[in-house]
Ligand binder design. Structure first.
Ligand SMILES: NC(=O)c1ccc[n+]([C@@H]2O[C@H](COP(=O)([O-])OP(=O)(O)OC[C@H]3O[C@@H](n4cnc5c(N)ncnc54)[C@H](OP(=O)(O)O)[C@@H]3O)[C@@H](O)[C@H]2O)c1
Length: 267
């Protein structure tokens, strides 16, 4: 995409989302940044506009609240903003076991990680199709390929949804100029472990297993621009996904569940 376009990025107040904002601004694109922490978005917008001559709009929304997700689409219309690209990035995880959480916590998680991306893609796609061009990146995870483990119970399911949703939408929309990519990173520098209450885990991860948000985002943008439906970032993560996909279930499942134990918050 050479001409300046407008990208809406959810979860832009930190980590991978904030990096998407910086990387698209560096390419000359305008931004709509969405998250709950408006002051964080505004600080990032000030930093970006001081460096790049792009327009940045900040919109606060709690995507666990369906009415706020729907209202976000109305706010875009009221501001006459029609994004050419959507980065469905906002997300987190619940590190406890299913039984140790409330049903409301799990429903809120589904709302942020599954329902809001679906509503936003559905609301923004018609403009992209009408103009015959558009970009959607759905942030999934290498965990989309995992057999599941204790803790983070719905996380692999939600990320598998993002992967499969992306592939089906890509099949429907690519011929009409809208390119959809599922981004599947592994462990990435961000506030993810902090917001999941797992700072201690990140410190124990060998540095070679952790990618920078910049490396992840640059790979995602390149993959999307090349029309790729799925990108697993980083060599170690690609090897892990190949193992999860190709090795017999009886071998890979105990291995993954043993390795994932440290990521669970014990009750
Ligand atoms: N870091 C990793 O190792 C890793 C690996 C694979 C996939 N991912 C995925 O990457 C995506 C970004 O995560 P990250 O690593 O960059 O973590 P992060 O630094 O914690 O960022 C998460 C973002 O999501 C937003 N968010 C959370 N709940 C929200 C809500 N209810 N409404 C609106 N926005 C909300 C947060 O903004 P506010 O708190 O301001 O609302 C924040 O901007 C997530 O989908 C995550 O699952 C991360």
């Amino acid at each position: 995409m050479t001409a300046a376009k407008t990208f809406l990025i959810t979860g832009a107040s930190s980590g991978i989302g904030a990096q998407f904002a910086k990387s698209y601004a560096a390419r000359g694109h305008h931004l709509i940044l969405v998250a709950r922490r408006l002051e964080r978005l505004q600080a990032l917008a000030a930093e970006i506009t001081a460096q790049q001559g792009v327009t940045v709009t900040c919109l606060d929304a709690d995507l666990s609240d369906r009415s706020q997700t729907n209202a976000l689409l109305d706010r875009l219309k009221a501001l006459n903003l029609q994004p050419d690209g959507l980065i469905n990035n906002a997300g987190y995880s619940l590190a406890h076991t299913f039984a140790a959480t409330t049903a409301q916590q799990q429903v809120d998680f589904i709302e942020v990680c599954v329902t809001a991306p679906t509503i936003l893609a559905h609301g923004l796609l018609p403009h992209m199709l009408a103009q015959g061009a558009g970009r959607i990146i759905n942030v999934s995870s290498m965990v989309a390929f995992s057999p599941g483990a204790t803790g983070h119970t719905l996380y692999p399911a939600a990320k598998a949804y993002m992967l499969k949703f992306s592939r089906s939408l890509a099949a429907e929309a690519a011929a009409k100029g809208v390119h959809v990519t599922a981004l599947c990173p592994g462990s990435t520098e961000s506030e993810f472990q902090h917001s999941n209450g797992m700072d201690a885990v990140l410190k124990t991860n060998p540095a070679r297993f952790v990618q920078t948000a910049e490396a992840v985002v640059e790979a995602a943008i390149r993959a999307n621009e090349a029309g790729r439906e799925v990108i697993v970032t980083g060599l170690i993560n690609k090897i892990a996904v190949a193992a999860m996909t190709l090795l017999p279930d009886g071998l890979i499942t105990p291995l993954i569940r043993w390795g994932a134990q440290k990521y669970q918050i014990k009750e």
